[in-house]
Design a protein around this ligand. Structure first.
Ligand code: URA
Length: 309
């Protein structure tokens, strides 16, 4: 099992932008809030309790909070505010609607039986298949498929929901403000993007609504795309998977979208023998920085869940 010393814990909290919050417990949080991608809802409803849901006495979260308070006299460097967001200013409620059905192409998009089963593909075969995939209507609006990025033998796999505006243009996952926060989380865990970590999404093409705005993927789109992620997982063989947001968690764990949030966070799930921890989507954390404490608890749980050896 990995250990996570006090220095690293402080670093994680700092990278997550938690430092000033602890210092100003009785005041308004000093962290600038950059509101961006509003489609992501919390995995768990924030509870008005003083301690994070998973923070029992003696838990890593609680001790980290205490340590950080001590740290206020030690001149921690200034927390850099997350860059302001420009993309997606649509109404939050719109993203709660899961039933939006995209315009389906009229032609038959099913792949032929001649193509090799996805479960046998190598990395070099899988990526072009994803990039030319026509298994669902999302391919119609695709500029670039977002295959995933990182260390192909990563210990940590982070799974998001699906590409947004910028990701669709660049073909890379998490390139916006939420990605900046995710990068900080990875760095603080010692697994910066590309080193011991891999980032992928449940769907590889950007889901948009009739107005061209981001939306969550439908059940059919998820079902069409999941085999690619499953193959990526089989190739990577990560030791821990962190599901970022409810869509990622329920899709990966094959749970109903209506699964109560309490059944997702705070426990170690399994995907084919690999531990899975559900946490918040970084875009949600940008909107609700107070819940970064719970995200920290999730990362602590993930560290503990990594198999020994
Ligand atoms: N949100 C996601 O879930 N994935 C991305 O790649 C970008 C934003």
């Amino acid at each position: 099992m990995q250990t996570f010393d006090s220095h690293n814990r402080q670093r994680v909290l700092h990278e997550l932008g938690l430092g000033p919050m602890w210092l100003l417990r009785d005041a308004e949080p000093a962290i600038p809030v950059a509101v961006v991608e509003t489609r992501f809802e919390p995995v768990i409803v924030p509870a008005p309790v003083p301690e994070p849901a998973m923070a029992g006495a003696g838990s890593p979260v609680k001790s980290a909070w205490s340590e950080l308070e001590v740290e206020k006299s030690k001149n921690l460097p200034e927390v850099q505010p997350v860059a302001p967001v420009v993309e997606n200013t649509s109404e939050p409620d719109a993203w709660l609607v899961q039933e939006i059905v995209p315009d389906m192409p009229t032609e038959d998009m099913s792949q032929t039986s001649q193509e090799p089963a996805i479960t046998t593909l190598s990395w070099d075969e899988l990526q072009p298949m994803v990039e030319s995939c026509r298994q669902c209507g999302l391919c119609q609006g695709r500029k670039k498929a977002v295959f995933g990025t990182g260390d192909q033998q990563a210990r940590w796999l982070f799974v998001g929901e699906g590409p947004g505006y910028n990701e669709n243009l660049q073909g890379l996952p998490f390139v916006g403000a939420a990605g900046q926060l995710l990068d900080n989380m990875l760095k603080s865990l010692g697994v910066p993007r590309g080193e011991q970590s891999y980032i992928a999404n449940i769907v590889k093409c950007r889901p948009t609504d009739a107005q061209g705005k981001d939306r969550p993927p439908t059940a059919d789109e998820i079902a069409a795309c999941l085999p690619y992620l499953h193959r990526q997982i089989a190739l990577i063989k990560p030791q821990i998977i962190v599901a970022l947001g409810k869509t990622a968690a329920v899709s990966l764990l094959d749970m109903d979208l209506e699964t109560p949030v309490g059944q997702l966070r705070g426990k170690v799930h399994q995907f084919k023998g690999i531990p899975v921890v559900a946490s918040y989507h970084p875009a949600y954390l940008l909107r609700k920085p107070a819940d970064k404490a719970k995200a920290w608890a999730d990362l602590c749980l993930a560290i503990k869940a990594i198999p020994a050896g």
